[in-house]
Each structure stands twice: as structure tokens, then as C-alpha cells.
Write a protein that binds this ligand. Structure first.
Ligand SMILES: [Zn+2]
Length: 430
């Protein structure tokens, strides 16, 4: 039976660090139990709070470089890595190891099972509903995280996109990280520790654990082993997904995802003029909207129905008018949240398409340079070779840069349609 760390793909160093930290955390709990027993027997023993504080100090004394290699447990962690590198998978596995009744992350006990299933009472996951995580959500979370763990081990808070905290939410989190309750562990996931992603003050209170983009071979291996996907399909999907484990699994198993990717990779040969470039931009934007729409429509309707039921949908008694006014406010609030979530889903879908497109021009560039590098898209080799011949290395590079600039522009809030149109024109003209 594989343990909770088995699903972390291609990150041996990270897994080593987390295993050691979990063992050290288990030792802290054992020490606390022994301390209580000794205290009951007579003389005063140090309690668990001091034990963890001492661990943290020993870690800090090792210095920034040493701390990453250290074996001890600490209250606050930042897991960094590109999307799909498995940040949140690693955070959840670590949470399971902390709650594991055997203290190892065995994958078999109640603590491991409930954590991985997302139902453990002492593990809370914060994920942004829309574009950002608000202060209200964060305050409520910090408050609950300060309570004594009901399972007697740790309170674990996982913030899956810490780079999407609003400033106020970041401040609420900082307060908790600065003065952590004795049995609370914060696991923050972010693309990097750049100040745009995580504030410098939060960063200074956390141990940073960088994840790498896993190699395609490691991704393919896990698709075969865990998901039972045929080896040749797994190898193709792992390369096409460029190290993104979830994306690789989707490409290997979902016909619609493959069709969307095919449509994106058909863009370069459709760019025959200005009109075609604008058409391609519209098609790309609309495909992203359709994909995102399909993903959120169902949950939107379910949420709305649930809220209407909860509000009683009607009622004529005393106070009904006031209740209805409150209901309208709540519905409006829900619609605002749903709109924000839809926008995020559209941007994510569009970004996936741009990553695929970037892979195409990267392949053309490496073909033009005759670089001994494995291609991203093994199934468009003929097209990228033709592109390489027509554009040369320089023209391929300009096109690759146009795609990357488009991604950056959308990330910094340029209207997607404007950014994509500019990109398509460069892809056409070079
Ligand atoms: Zn376990």
C-alpha cells in the first residue's frame, strides 16, 4: 500500500523534507503526551508548546539555507512551484502525515483517509472562489484554526493559492503566522516567493519548500501506475502537458480536452491574413468562455437553488418583508461571487490554450536550431518543422515571445481580447 506521499510526482527532495518534518511533528506530540503523564505523576515537565518552539528555534538557528534541509517541524510553510507541479497535492499529503495516527502518513489509518478525502475536522482548505481570497474568509479561518485540534494532533490550514490573497486577507493571515497558536500549522501554496505572490513579511515567517516542474518521464510513470493509462498515451500526454500532472491526466482521458487542444494547435496554420488573425482571436476567446461556462454553470445553478431553499423562498408572516430584503442582498452577493469565479475559470482556460500554443512555437524554435531537446507536442512535428523552415530561429522566437507576452498581459489585467488580438497579429506577421 503506497503511503500519502506516493502521489507527489518527481519531487524526491521535497518528499524527504516533508517526511522528516512529519516524523519530528509526531515526536513533538509524543513528547507532549509523555510530559502530561509525567506531570500527572508529580514533577513538572515541559509542555508541548515549548517543545515546538524549541524545534522552531533550532531550525531558525540553522540559517536560511540549512532550514530547508532541516528535519524539524515548523508552524508555517510556503510550497512554491509552477501550476501543476503538485503544490496542493504535496500540501495535502503533508497534512495527512501530520494527522496520521501512526505519525508517518501511512495512507491507511483514519487520519490519513479523512485528510485525503477532505473531511478531516482539523484540516481546512482555503481556495479562491473567484479572483481573490477575501478578508472575511481569512479571518473566519484564522479564528477557527486557533482552536484546540479535535483529533488531538494539529490544526492544519492549507491556502491553495496564497498569491490570490487580497491585501487585507494577507494581513489577517500574517497576524496568525506571526503569533501561531501552539498546535496550528499553515501550508501556503504559491507560484513563487516573489513579493507579487507572497508578501515579504509572510515569507520571512515561513519555511520555503520549492517544487520543480516534474520531468515528463515522472509524470508518464504516475499516469501508468496510478491511472492505468497505456504507456504510449501517457508519454504523449505528459510531454504535451509540459509537466502539469493534472493536465496530462485530462489529456490522456478526456476526448473534449484533446479536441480543444487540437483546435488551439491548428491556429498557426490558419493565420493567412489580418482577417484570419482576428477570427482566430475570437475563436480562442470564445472557446475559453465555452469551456469555462460548461465548468461553472452547473455549480452556479445548484448554489442558487440551495440559497433560495435556505431563504425559504417566500413567507408572509410578520418580518417577511425584512427577510426578503435580506434575501435579495444574499442573492446579489452570490451572483457577484459566481461572476468572479466565472472570470477566473475563463482566464485559466485561456491560459491553458496559450501554454499549448507556446509549446508549438517552442518546438518550431528548437527544430530551427536543431537543438537536441524533446518536443512538447510529439504529434505536430511535421507542422513545427514546416514552421521552422519558414520562420527560421528568429521568427520562431518572436512568435514564442508574442505568446508569452500575451500571457503576461492578461495576468496583469489587460483585457483578454485585446491581448490575444495583438498576439495573433504578431503570430501572422512575425
Ligand atoms: Zn496514517
Amino acid at each position: 500500500m503506497p503511503d500519502v506521499f506516493a502521489d507527489i510526482v518527481g519531487q524526491d527532495d521535497v518528499v524527504d523534507t516533508l517526511r522528516r518534518a512529519a516524523a519530528s511533528a509526531a515526536a513533538v506530540l509524543r513528547g507532549a503526551a509523555a510530559g502530561r503523564a509525567a506531570a500527572a505523576a508529580g514533577p513538572v515537565a515541559p509542555d508541548d508548546d515549548d517543545a515546538l518552539a524549541a524545534e522552531a528555534e533550532a531550525e531558525a538557528a540553522e540559517g536560511a539555507g540549512g532550514a530547508a534541509q532541516g528535519s524539524g517541524m515548523t508552524h508555517a510553510w510556503i510550497l512554491t512551484g509552477p501550476p501543476g507541479s503538485g503544490r496542493s497535492v504535496a500540501a495535502r499529503a503533508f497534512a495527512a502525515a501530520l494527522q496520521c495516527l501512526r505519525g508517518t502518513g501511512c495512507g491507511e489509518c483514519q487520519g490519513c483517509h479523512t485528510t485525503l478525502a477532505g473531511t478531516h475536522a482539523d484540516v481546512r482548505l482555503v481556495a479562491p472562489e473567484g479572483l481573490s481570497i477575501g478578508v472575511g474568509e481569512m479571518r473566519a479561518l484564522v479564528l477557527r484554526a486557533a482552536s484546540t485540534p479535535s483529533g488531538g494532533r494539529w490544526q492544519v490550514v492549507i491556502v491553495s493559492d496564497a498569491d490570490r490573497l487580497t491585501e487585507a486577507a494577507g494581513n489577517a493571515l500574517l497576524k496568525a503566522v506571526e503569533e501561531p497558536p501552539p498546535r496550528t500549522v499553515f501550508l501556503l501554496c504559491a507560484p513563487s516567493t516573489h513579493p507579487d505572490d507572497v508578501s515579504v513579511t509572510i515569507r520571512s515567517r515561513c519555511r520555503v519548500l520549492p517544487l520543480r516542474q516534474p520531468a515528463p518521464e515522472a509524470v508518464a510513470e504516475v499516469l501508468v501506475r496510478r491511472d492505468g493509462i497505456a504507456p504510449d498515451v501517457a508519454r504523449w500526454a505528459a510531454a504535451a502537458a509540459q509537466g502539469h500532472v493534472g493536465r496530462a491526466r485530462l489529456l490522456a482521458g478526456d476526448r473534449e480536452a484533446r479536441a480543444r487542444r487540437d483546435a488551439v494547435l491548428a491556429v498557426p496554420r490558419r493565420l493567412t491574413g489580418v482577417g484570419a488573425a482576428f477570427d482566430a482571436a475570437s475563436a480562442l476567446i470564445e472557446a475559453a468562455e465555452a469551456e469555462a461556462g460548461a465548468a461553472v454553470t452547473e455549480s452556479d445553478a445548484a448554489e442558487r437553488a440551495a440559497l433560495q431553499t435556505a431563504l425559504g423562498a417566500g413567507g408572509t408572516g410578520r418580518g417577511a418583508a425584512g427577510a426578503m430584503r435580506g434575501a435579495a442582498g444574499q442573492l446579489k452577493e452570490l451572483e457577484k461571487r459566481q461572476k468572479s469565479r466565472a472570470t477566473r475559470a475563463q482566464r485559466d482556460a485561456l491560459d491553458r490554450a496559450l501554454v499549448d500554443l507556446a509549446g508549438f512555437y517552442r518546438d518550431a524554435l528548437t527544430a530551427a536550431l536543431h537543438a537536441p531537446v524533446a518536443p512538447v507536442h510529439t504529434d505536430t512535428a511535421v507542422l513545427t518543422a514546416a514552421g521552422a523552415q519558414r520562420w527560421g530561429a528568429e521568427g520562431s522566437l518572436r512568435r514564442l515571445e508574442a505568446v508569452l507576452e500575451c500571457r503576461a498581459a492578461i495576468e496583469s489585467n489587460v483585457k483578454p481580447r485585446i491581448a490575444v488580438e495583438a498576439m495573433m497579429l504578431t503570430l501572422w506577421k512575425g
